[in-house]
Ligand binder design. Sequence first.
Ligand SMILES: Cc1ncc(COP(=O)(O)O)c(C=O)c1O
Length: 389
Amino acid sequence: MAARVSGIEKSATFAIFDKVRALRTQGVRILDLGGGEPDFDTPRHIAGEAAAALAGGFTHYTPSRGTPELLEAISKKLADDNGIQAGAADGIIVTPSAKHALHISLLSVLDPGDEVIVPTPSWVSYAAMAQLAGARPVFAELPADGGFRLTREVLEAHVTDRTKAVLVNSPNNPTGHVLTEAEARDVTAFAAAHDLFVVSDEIYEKIRYDGARHISPASLPDGAGRTLTVNGFSKGYAMTGWRLGYVAGPAEIIGEVLKVQQHTVGCAGSFVQRGAVAALTGPQDAVAAMAAEYAERRSLLVDAMNALPGVVCTPPDGAFYAFADIRGTGFERSADFAEWLLTAAGVAVTPGTAFGPGGEGHIRLSFATSREVLAEAADRMAAALAARP
Ligand SMILES: Cc1ncc(COP(=O)(O)O)c(C=O)c1O
């Protein structure tokens, strides 16, 4: 096998998904707080547009960048919501998933031997994507006790003459941290000082709490000419199975990324793109309703976690994960805790180490599941911890 593949790890979150499925086929009732996808169905008006496009024969290739209507809608959204100027004709590529947008972005900017700084805890796929591009992910561990805040100092501590890019994710999976304007300015000033690309994954943008503001690095003066902004429809619009995302950036960079898109997938699905136009230009109340429901679940889960002996859980600013500190429970390793929880309580969570070295001592619990499941999971966890010798 190619070294570029044999050298990377399988996805830790898919491994948990497989384990849960195997236990369920044995008849064990597992409460799954490991997953990373909305439990809501896609809003009907969006699905209806795609269904109509499919029925109407809108089933051919589209331009590699995406349909003109969707590119226009994304360009407007980026300007209105994010303060990003990205031309529909040359500054955006519609991709089959945000994952693919990240993959082709990293393939386009990283050479073998380059380094990309990945603040950690961070989403499971960044390191593997950097490795597939031949580059080396350099984890910059963020301090748990400071709320996983990103500082210029921690970035400076990891820069070398091989550093080519810095990858940020806000709202963050798994910590839920939303970059403040000061942090975002630190990132772009750091990137400008060392002449680096910024890759900014903003997939959880729509899911934020307590008025947390979303700041796009590309909207800041230091970030505008060097940032690739990745976003998509999976999380905010509950469209995971549609596989639809996009990348936006300066025309000269996007023109290069487009070559990778053209020679890999060609274009995103045609009728799927019609649905996405409806998502961006239609009513947004379903998005707000989902975000409001996540807020309720967040309170329920965070309170329940903080009631467990030895567990400390800071409410996340965004996304739909609680990242709980389990260092007080007596477990040395988060993987042992997660394994024990699955057997003793039938509750699936993701160990913090799945998210890089900065995640040890924590578990990630997804609240993209019903309040009933969350309440029962909390009861089961409390009972299992109480019964421990
Ligand atoms: C941080 C982050 N980025 C990107 C993605 C991928 O989103 P998509 O479904 O559009 O590929 C995920 C999905 O779990 C994610 O958590």
